[in-house]
Unconditional design. Sequence first.
Length: 95
Amino acid sequence: MSTNESPIFTAMTFNVAHGRGQRFHQTLVKRPAMERNLQEIARHILLYNPDIVALQEIDQGSFWNHRLDQLEYLRELTLYAHAHHGIHKDDFLFF
């Protein structure tokens, strides 16, 4: 790379939809089905192999996702070294 060139990186954004797949609501999804849905998302991420992935609607141990840390689960499946979960609301009244 010459000194005039900027580094290039690839990015992907993906709405995980709480790992529910095509279901109406995440509370209707059993953990094995949720894991299969996340595995499918991981396959898409691996197919494109972006440098940065921004995920929306990803849960971190909520009652409706059977306490599965979805970000860590996807990080392990995709072999990314780092992941950060940005909390947008931490004073939820239930569970």
